[in-house]
Design a protein around this ligand. Structure first.
Ligand code: PEP
Ligand code: MN
Length: 333
């Protein structure tokens, strides 16, 4: 059960609510986010929820039986929207595009990509400066200095930044330079990182783990929300299956299922989802038609020369074509 209590609840009213929950033998966790105060109550006993709803200071109350609760549609029926400021909003009312290289490589590279984004009205640039790589000998990113440069070029041009944070100790250094923190597939169940990102007031995009179930992704999101950060979105980026004909199996089914189960925005990553440049646009379009609220994909002026993931990276012409096709088809939906 989740109870939302009034922002300026009187101590006495809160005490009465807590004692009523205590009486039915439920354990309570209080969650305070940017938007509200919630009591997440866990227990088994049947009781009359209308009684809780009638208490002074209760704004809303619902039963939620799933392991994830605050991120559930059973708690919040209407879709959530994340406001990045300057009119950039992520949610059900528009299709959000985020594009950029797998890795930030140089100022010149960022400038060229920013121009492409500005020209095509894309408001958010992706790009990793801390890169999780399978091989320790591969390019592992430009680090914090790269992020500062990335930020400088983007801010000059009114572009928002999404970039991956790999560990708790990086958060403080990065926070002033990012608009959205990305949690990579490999960190999808790094519970210390999830706890820490729940304590910051910055939007977070959390990717599905390579072998993570939908339920596990939702529970990871619950970690962040229950620590106080409800500016959250989820990302389907493909899972690992027995199939070897492509990099990952993009789970198109996950999109309508997630939309049904959670009120959080759902973003599709077709680049990592299939891993093959020629097919990225089709998967992006399919994801949009399946109900995704946004698409994040990799671009580079010269994909063949990209420091990482060139094989799944679109060039500017391909990106422009994809943007047009996404926008035109979104209008027809
Ligand atoms: C990325 O976005 O470049 C990335 C490393 O993604 P993932 O965590 O999905 O592999
Ligand atoms: Mn990549």
């Amino acid at each position: 059960m989740i109870i939302q209590i009034e922002q300026f609840i009187k101590p006495k009213e809160k005490e009465i609510i807590l004692s009523a929950i205590n009486k039915i033998g439920y354990k309570t966790t209080e969650v305070k986010t940017q938007k509200g105060i919630y009591l997440v109550c866990i227990g088994k006993k049947e009781f009359d929820i209308r009684y809780i709803g009638s208490l002074d200071g209760v704004e809303d109350v619902h039963r939620v039986s799933e392991a994830y609760k605050l991120v559930s549609r059973k708690w919040k029926v209407n879709a959530s929207e994340i406001d990045l400021g300057d009119g950039v909003k992520i949610g059900e009312n528009n299709l959000t595009l985020m594009a950029g290289p797998c890795s930030i490589e140089s100022e010149e590279q960022v400038e060229k990509i920013v121009s492409h984004l500005v020209e095509n009205k894309v408001k958010i640039m992706r790009g990793g400066v801390f890169k999780p790589r399978s091989s320790p000998y591969a390019f592992r990113g430009m680090g914090l200095e790269g992020l500062k440069m990335f930020n400088r070029v983007c801010k000059k041009n009114g572009i928002k930044i999404i970039t991956e944070v790999m560990q708790v100790s990086q958060i403080d250094d990065m926070i002033d330079y990012v608009d959205v923190f990305q949690i990579g597939a490999r960190n999808s169940q790094n519970f210390n990182l999830l706890d820490a990102l729940g304590k910051v007031d910055k939007p977070v995009l959390i990717k599905r783990g390579m072998s993570g179930t939908i339920d596990e992704l939702l529970q990871s999101a619950e970690y962040i929300f229950s620590n106080g950060n409800e500016k959250l979105m989820l990302c389907e980026r493909g899972i690992r299956t027995y199939e070897t004909a492509y990099r990952n199996t993009f789970d198109i089914n996950a999109i309508p299922i997630l939309k049904e189960k959670t009120h959080l925005p759902i973003i599709a990553d077709p680049s990592h989802g299939i891993g093959i440049r020629e097919h990225v646009p089709m998967i992006a379009l399919a994801a949009m038609m399946a109900g995704a609220d946004g698409v994040i994909y990799e671009i580079h002026e010269k994909p063949e020369e990209a420091a990482s993931d060139g094989q799944q990276t679109l060039n500017f012409d391909e990106s422009k074509q994809l943007i047009n096709r996404l926008n035109n088809n979104y209008l027809l939906k």
